[in-house]
Design a protein around this ligand. Structure first.
Ligand SMILES: [Zn+2]
Ligand SMILES: [Zn+2]
Length: 339
């Protein structure tokens, strides 16, 4: 009997092993965990049953089916899956209860894991889906985005939570790269914004932030910002720093190394911003940066802290820009009606 002949409607399916989605668990990770626990081949099976392509990403519209199959509440599942605004990602979207303004704030197709967390918690954490989460605060390690054995990027279609598509099982000791203080700080900020505090002793081991100038500067800049505000400002700082650098920086290619580079550049630049150094912006195209900041201002989702930060950073950039010359070329920017 062929697969087609045994096909039943997705709405009629229900599996014997049922479980609620856990606090801090990624929606896609839940679908993978539950399909595997019920003997199906993980997300490839889930996507097939939902008539999605192999490379598709699950979103909130899939929640009713997953809830029916695996026993989670629709509401909690929707929370843990990407919810598009009127079906269009360009207009922003919600993820884990957070409004986010840019699709690159999420890492959608290239999963990252902390093998230690997978071992201890048995689920994929939702904070790993944020593009700027590059480290695990609990285990003080850089996340794994590449198989230590075959060197390929990890896939959501892998055969188990902690096994690569090549069959290699991640070990806790694998590629235990030491994170920087800024990476740990940012990972903690994102965990906190997403309400995933983890173990009771969580946080005390990021004391190294206190001794690190860049992490301290980031900490001062990001205080009280929403998750969207944090993402925007870190990317804006990195963009500003790129303009400020004499030579072209070689951009990293993989999602994780690109994010690590963004965090490194942004935190180094935040030291200058904190000191209000007379940094010269040698740019002819400040558009990306200004767009990021003015979008904060235009967004109805922005908190008062986001707005006031965007405002002061724009003011600071304008002041420096007029010194460097691009302010003259973009005189209209300083007239911008922001608030
Ligand atoms: Zn971990
Ligand atoms: Zn592999």
């Amino acid at each position: 009997m062929s697969y087609q002949e045994t096909w039943i409607e997705p709405t009629e399916l229900s599996f014997p092993y049922q479980d609620e989605i856990r606090n801090g668990e990624s929606g896609q990770g839940y679908a993978m965990r539950m399909a595997l626990a019920n003997g199906m081949i993980g997300l490839p099976w889930v996507k097939h049953a939902l008539s999605k392509t192999h490379s598709a990403v699950l979103d909130a519209s899939d929640a009713p089916f997953l809830a029916q199959w695996f026993g989670a509440s629709v509401q909690l599942l929707e929370f843990a899956l990407e919810r598009l605004t009127k079906g269009r990602r360009e207009q922003g979207f919600r993820y884990a209860g957070q409004a986010l303004g840019r699709q690159y704030f999420l890492t959608r197709s290239f999963p990252r894991v902390c093998p230690n967390c997978l071992r201890e918690l048995g689920h994929c954490r939702i904070a790993w889906d944020m593009a700027l989460t590059v480290a695990c605060v609990r285990h003080r390690r850089v996340l794994l985005d590449r198989c230590p054995s075959c060197q390929r990027s990890l896939s959501w279609n892998r055969p188990a939570l902690d096994v690569c598509s090549c069959g290699f099982a991640f070990e806790m000791e694998d590629v235990s790269v030491q994170p920087t203080a800024s990476e740990l700080f940012l990972a903690r900020v994102i965990d906190q914004r997403m309400g995933d505090f983890g173990s009771p002793e969580y946080g005390h081991d990021v004391a190294s932030v206190v001794d690190d100038e860049a992490a301290q500067a980031l900490s001062a800049l990001l205080r009280n910002l929403s998750l969207d505000g944090v993402m925007r400002i870190v990317y804006a700082l990195a963009t500003a720093a790129m303009y400020d650098l004499d030579s072209q920086i070689k951009r990293e290619r993989s999602s994780l190394s690109k994010a690590r580079q963004t965090v490194a550049i942004a935190s180094a630049f935040s030291v200058k911003v904190a000191r209000l150094d007379a940094t010269v912006l040698r740019t002819h195209r400040p558009t990306v940066l200004v767009d990021l900041l003015t979008d904060v201002a235009a967004s109805s989702r922005a908190s008062p802290e986001d707005l006031s930060f965007a405002h002061s950073m724009l003011g600071w950039l304008m002041a420096n820009a007029s010194r460097s010359g691009w302010g003259a070329r973009h005189a209209s920017l300083s007239q911008l009606e922001l608030f």
